[in-house]
Ligand binder design. Sequence first.
Ligand code: GDP
Ligand code: MG
Length: 424
Amino acid sequence: MLTSIVGINWGDEGKGRMVDLLSESYKIVVRFQGGNNAGHTVINDRGKFILNLLPSGILRETTVNVMGNGMVIDIEHLTNEMKSLTDKGIKITPDNLKISDKAIICMPYHKLLDILEEDRLGDAKFGSTRRGIAPVYSDKYMKKGIRMGDLLYPDVLKDKVKAIVEWKNLTVADGYKHEAITADEMLSWLHTYGDAFKPFICDTGKYLYEANKAGTDIMFETQLGALRDIDFGIYPYTSSSNTISAYAPIGAGVPGLKVGKTIGIMKAYSSCVGEGPFTCEMFDETGDKLREAGGEYGAATGRPRRVGGFDIPASKYGCLVQGADEIALTKLDVLSCFDKIPVCKAYDINGEITTDFPIGERLRIAKPVYEYLDGFNCDVSKCRKLEDLPKAAREYIDYIEKAVDCKMKYISVGAERDAYIEVK
Ligand code: GDP
Ligand code: MG
């Protein structure tokens, strides 16, 4: 069975936490898109971990982790991330980590270009994580990417890097008037951070096809959420990759296989990092209260996240584009801070009230229509069965389930591995 775990909202729904929990019955966990702009926080019996590039299955001893061809990999960052885990006793070897030979390397000049461009934009910036993600995906489609597999052929790599650096300087030096980059610097960086990965690089598609054929269960893990998908999200305030379940087999390396089950991770309220339309945003003290209660500061960047009540139009749309079969609702415990729970039940677009999620200009001008549901105002973090939850909390869950028209399967009531309810 192929299962994908994906975000329904703007990201930071708690995907890492749910993959950590649900990966128990999966032998393989695959990341299939994005780069180190992800920040997945996992708290379990081995400690607290923040993962940017590595699949969250890396924390389970018997799980094999795959970084697929759809990913962009900053090998310096990956080196440091692996070190921070191995320092805490996590074992990482070519047996439990496989990196696609087709994944693209995020180079120092991608990071540089990301920073130069965000600075050039000033107030009109996109809120990039400045980690080179948009520039490296652009190069992928310009067919100027350096792939992980290129590390295995140093002579070919040398020629490739020389040609690319010459082309890059047309932008870096001639365009942005920044100091030129050199091929020697880049080759030395690739050598310093790339050599150790050679034993990890393989055809991950072949590995996954064979595993699937042998009946092994595979889990796909996305980064970010539906609303950040390059095609279906709030373009241009999206990420540069496809964050949706349908892309998982492609980005993993098995485009001929179909996802059997999609589990959508949906937050009990809304949060958003960076710029762009965020209709349900609350600017008042209710918002501040929510940000504090939910600890809404970016795992990758430390930036305060924008917050709002649960957003029905956005979440319903998220479930639709993800093709979610089941929902895991996270951070329900955070809502205990409210007497009345704010919910954005519709959008008002020039007087038209709708629960259909708009795009472009209609989204930009949409105003939230809020309603307030009964709060539960008590600690629910110890609840482990639906019946343990107060009536108001169960009503809130029912209300959301109906609004997004998707089955609620898990309710997370805390960040720790066992702090959840499975809906039977
Ligand atoms: P991801 O990017 O989707 O993996 O999510 P992040 O790790 O960026 O953000 C989710 C945050 O919420 C992390 O700090 C988690 O430890 C925490 N978290 C996850 N689930 C719950 C929950 O049910 N309750 C609470 N209080 N925190 C949670
Ligand atoms: Mg995150």
